[in-house]
Design a protein around this ligand. Structure first.
Ligand code: HEC
Ligand code: HEC
Length: 167
């Protein structure tokens, strides 16, 4: 009996270790304050390093907004993004798929425009994406209930005014 309980326990803990995040769950307060003010603080593992560099090089014209930060903050955040970028985390499924989907000569600064992420959302009706409760594909947290925990599995999707996504 004791062995059985022990075996079950070992199995359960193995199982819980296996629930792998889609991208690395990393963060820091500075990043959340600066880059989570207007939208969800996207995990660095959602884009490769050259994308983050390009995005950070023009914060003044950031998708129509001014997102400039002081020099010290810039250096800290650039380092954080670089160290945790997608191609450093190819053992995480979504980081790997995003990197592999990008052609060599292309640099995307929007996660939602990368071929992998774009393709994954092709079957969603347009009005569900543009509706005011969502606004656009950039707003991952509006539909992905686990986004802040780095979980983007389609089982965890709940679209406003639509509900659970069934494949
Ligand atoms: C002043 C508001 C503001 C701040 C601050 C800000 N952003 Fe943005 N960001 C936006 C807007 C607006 C968009 C475009 C949303 C849309 O597609 O309509 C955007 C889009 C993005 C996207 C693309 C999302 C996608 O996949 O479509 C990324 C990546 C991003 N921001 C990263 C950052 C980072 C990193 C920082 C911190 C250095 C930051 N943002 C700070 C306003 C902001
Ligand atoms: C309008 C709601 C909505 C928004 C906004 C949204 N998604 Fe999704 N996402 C979905 C749905 C629905 C699916 C499943 C689509 C399917 O299976 O055809 C999905 C699938 C995915 C998948 C693949 C999951 C799987 O199990 O195959 C990833 C990764 C993903 N989304 C990431 C993101 C990221 C990152 C963002 C923000 C940049 C985002 N999504 C924004 C609704 C959304």
């Amino acid at each position: 009996m004791k062995t059985l309980i022990l075996l079950i326990f070992i199995n359960l803990s193995l199982f819980s270790n296996n629930i792998k995040k889609d991208v690395p769950l990393v963060s820091n307060d500075l990043y959340i304050n600066e880059c989570g003010a207007c939208h969800f603080a996207y995990f660095p593992g959602l884009l490769p390093q050259n994308s983050w560099e390009k995005l950070m090089s023009d914060l003044e014209n950031h998708f129509g907004d001014d997102a400039t930060i002081d020099k010290k903050t810039f250096q800290t955040l650039s380092k954080f993004l670089k160290e945790n970028s997608a191609e450093k985390n190819m053992n995480y499924k979504r980081s790997r798929k995003i990197v592999q989907s990008i052609p060599k000569n292309k640099i995307y600064i929007a996660i939602s425009k990368t071929p992998y992420i774009h393709k994954k959302h092709k079957e969603i009706k347009k009005h569900l994406i543009t509706q005011k409760e969502v606004k656009g594909l950039f707003n991952c947290t509006a539909c992905h209930q686990g986004a802040k925990k780095a979980i983007f599995n389609d089982d965890d999707v709940d679209i406003p005014n639509y509900g659970k996504w069934e494949d």
